[in-house]
Design a protein around this ligand. Structure first.
Ligand code: FDA
Length: 392
């Protein structure tokens, strides 16, 4: 028997689905929120090392990737970091800015999930977890969803099942399959905010596993000044994770190992410390093991005083534009988010509703909108969830 006393069914009780359901519920809509996991908001719980970096106060549309860079503007403008901060404050959840506008809970991400569940309860949302979505059909103005051994129907359906990053947590490409089923296009999904792997000539750098240093990392037209970390498989750390979202197979990643050095720094080092080796001079500004490896690669043996200025200037140029050729990424298993997803071309930027299927919405990471590292992705989940929740 099909239960159809709902106005909307939201598939996926993650960040975007919870927000959407709560907002719609509080507007008087009868909402059913379904999730195949036993627990809601699992990614919220593990995010930010368990403290959930729930927003970023520097949120602007330019810090999101999408085939249509304008798409996110409307939703981000109508639900801002200040709106989410007001909600968090209303619940007495203590928070702090860690760095670069990133806001974290002082204590636990559990408080954010509890808050969202409370907001959903205020809207009378019927939350059901722990059974597979077996089928979704559409006809006569109703979406019919088979959830475990129950069937439900409603005139509105929200796809909020996220992207395939971290499949061991139950993440999948379900949103894309469903979107395609309804005739929506999907921009090729790819791992983003993900470590890069090194091979070939770069493989030597894997021996530096555990070494971290502040850099400026560039991929495509984007540049990020934060820490890079060498790993046993390649490169990670915030600067690299950020750059990875802009990196495409076959392209280089360029690293400035001397982001704070004044031009001519190495020639100046020769004047002030002529007896020092290149490795020793680099060791003054870089971790020793990295300084050693870079100096070996630059093949300028002996004392700095014995080197021609021209050669030192050339070495400095290389250190400021060191080119790595990643041979891949660590994939969806390690990706914090998925870039690409349900094409924004088929969605209204005001409401998140599909242009071609009345009553069908898509929100959150499932959509082709991907934020930078640092709270931007949750802000998109809240904002897109809110937009759909207001429209349902
Ligand atoms: P989300 O993945 O949160 O929710 C989707 C829901 O749908 C899940 O509850 C899932 O169980 C359910 N689902 C999936 N398939 C289903 C199916 N077939 N049937 C039924 N239900 C299904 N971002 C940020 O801004 N700050 C941060 O600190 C972090 N930290 C972080 C750490 C780690 C380790 C990861 C992996 C990711 C982050 N992120 C982050 C990214 C952030 O978690 C992500 O962008 C949001 O959770 C996306 O919210 P959604 O609601 O769209 O998907």
């Amino acid at each position: 028997m099909t239960t159809n006393d709902y106005d909307a069914i939201v598939l996926g009780a993650g960040a975007a689905g919870l927000m959407c359901a709560a907002v719609a519920g509080q507007r008087g809509r009868r909402v059913l929120l379904l999730d195949h996991a036993e627990q809601v908001g699992k990614k919220i719980l593990i995010s930010g090392g368990g403290r959930c970096n729930f927003t970023n106060i520097h949120t602007v549309p330019e810090r999101y990737l999408s085939a249509n860079p304008h798409f996110a503007k409307s939703a981000l403008a109508r639900y801002t970091p200040a709106d989410f901060i007001a909600l968090v404050d209303a619940y007495g959840i203590a928070w702090h800015e860690k760095t670069l506008g990133q806001l974290f809970c002082d204590r636990s991400a559990k408080a954010v999930v509890a808050m969202l569940l409370d907001e959903a309860a205020k809207g009378g949302v019927d939350v059901r977890c722990g059974a597979p979505v077996r089928g979704v059909e559409h006809g006569d103005g109703l979406f019919r969803v088979t959830f475990g051994d129950r069937a439900f129907a409603a005139p509105n359906l929200v796809i909020a099942t996220g992207g395939p990053s971290i499949p061991k947590m139950g993440a999948s490409g379900f949103a894309y399959d469903l979107a395609r089923h309804f005739g929506l296009k999907v921009v090729e999904p790819r791992p983003a905010l993900v470590p890069l792997t090194l091979g070939g000539e770069d493989v030597l750098f894997r021996e530096l596993s555990g070494v971290a240093t502040p850099v400026e990392a560039r991929a495509g037209k984007a540049a990020f000044r934060e820490a890079a970390l060498f790993t046993h498989r390649g490169l990670s750390g915030p600067a690299i994770l950020q750059a990875s979202s802009y990196w495409r197979h076959g392209e280089p990643v360029t690293i400035d190992f001397l982001p704070d050095a004044a031009p001519g720094w190495l020639v100046e080092a020769k004047r002030s410390r002529p007896r020092a080796t290149l490795a020793a001079a680099l060791g003054g500004v870089l971790p020793d093991r990295l300084a050693q490896t870079l100096a070996e690669r630059l093949t300028l043996p002996g004392e700095l005083g014995a080197q021609a200025d021209r050669k030192l200037a050339g070495a400095e140029t290389r250190l400021k534009r060191w080119t790595f050729h990643p041979n891949g990424t660590e994939g969806f298993a390690k990706a914090e988010v998925t870039a690409g997803g349900i094409s924004t071309a088929g969605l209204s930027s005001q409401t998140m509703m599909a242009k071609s299927v009345a009553g069908l919405y898509a929100v959150g990471e499932a959509v082709d909108v991907t934020g930078w590292l640092g709270g931007y992705n949750f802000q998109w989940a809240w904002a897109s969830g809110y937009a759909a929740g207001r429209a349902l």
